[in-house]
Write a protein that binds this ligand. Structure first.
Ligand SMILES: NC(=O)c1ccc[n+]([C@@H]2O[C@H](COP(=O)([O-])OP(=O)(O)OC[C@H]3O[C@@H](n4cnc5c(N)ncnc54)[C@H](OP(=O)(O)O)[C@@H]3O)[C@@H](O)[C@H]2O)c1
Length: 234
């Protein structure tokens, strides 16, 4: 049984991913803001696996000053952590000239500063072969196709991609593994915001099956890698 932290578990990809871990008997610590949706997820998880340790916490990734307390809470309930999936994210779809300072700050706080600081603070309780996975976006990869309206979102994911590479280098003398899965289009609320008329070929369930397998096995084969997980471009 691995102990797994997933951010952004209240809907979309994180919601489905949590259930994959539950089915295979891995203990879960799940965070997002929407407590009602997290409770619904916990109920579904208890139906899948009644005895599984599953903790939920309503936490706003914008509140980066509270990350120390978050980690303390995880430590008290879990002790150590084997897998972290930095899945929580936000997307602003606005033309460049309409982006407000607040949009930019929120995008970078949720998509970059929070995963950065959570990783930093959680390190003392990571197990020796812990696997930290950053959920990036194909749009954050240098040279990929870009789309109008995503000037705050895609660069924040670009920063996350680089972070995975930096951490793998800085901690190469350890057995920690840091990788980034740069996703393409998956049919979720976030995708609707970015591409309202587009129908993605991948569902949250299908991509979660891949993320689950990668989280469990990928650390043996990859470190500091950015894997584009995409079959099409919107
Ligand atoms: N869907 C795609 O096509 C696609 C493509 C590339 C990358 N991705 C990435 O995949 C990840 C999951 O996205 P998704 O498509 O599943 O999106 P989603 O359905 O919109 O879910 C986003 C999750 O992030 C959480 N979140 C957002 N703001 C938060 C905040 N301030 N504090 C805490 N949690 C917050 C949400 O929970 P609450 O609202 O309850 O807080 C929700 O659980 C994201 O990192 C996204 O950038 C998605």
């Amino acid at each position: 049984m691995k102990k797994v932290l997933i951010t952004g578990a209240s809907k979309g990809i994180g919601f489905e991913l949590a259930k994959f871990f539950a089915k295979k008997n891995h203990a879960l610590y799940l965070i997002a803001r929407d407590e009602k949706k997290l409770k619904k997820l916990k109920k579904e998880i208890k139906e899948i696996n009644p005895k599984l340790p599953c903790y939920i916490l309503s936490f706003d990734l914008l509140e980066i000053n509270k990350i120390k307390n978050l980690i303390l809470n995880i430590k008290n309930r879990f002790g150590t952590v084997d897998i972290v999936v930095h899945n929580g994210g936000t997307l602003v779809n606005k033309s460049f000239v309409k982006i407000k300072k607040e949009d930019l700050i929120n995008s970078f706080t949720i998509n970059y500063f929070a995963p950065y600081l959570i990783t930093q603070k959680i390190m003392p309780i990571l197990t020796k072969k812990a696997h930290v996975i950053f959920i990036g976006s194909v749009g954050g990869i240098n040279g990929s196709v870009k789309f109008p309206g995503l000037s705050s979102y895609s660069p924040s994911k670009g920063a996350l991609i680089t972070l995975a590479e930096c951490l793998a280098e800085e901690f190469k003398m350890t057995n920690f593994r840091f990788n980034c899965l740069a996703l393409g289009a998956v049919q979720t609320e976030m995708l609707k915001k970015a591409f309202p008329k587009y129908k993605a070929p991948l569902s949250p369930k299908s991509i979660s099956s891949f993320i689950f397998d990668f989280a469990i096995k990928g650390g043996e084969f990859f470190n500091g890698k950015v894997l584009p997980v995409s079959s099409t471009t919107p």
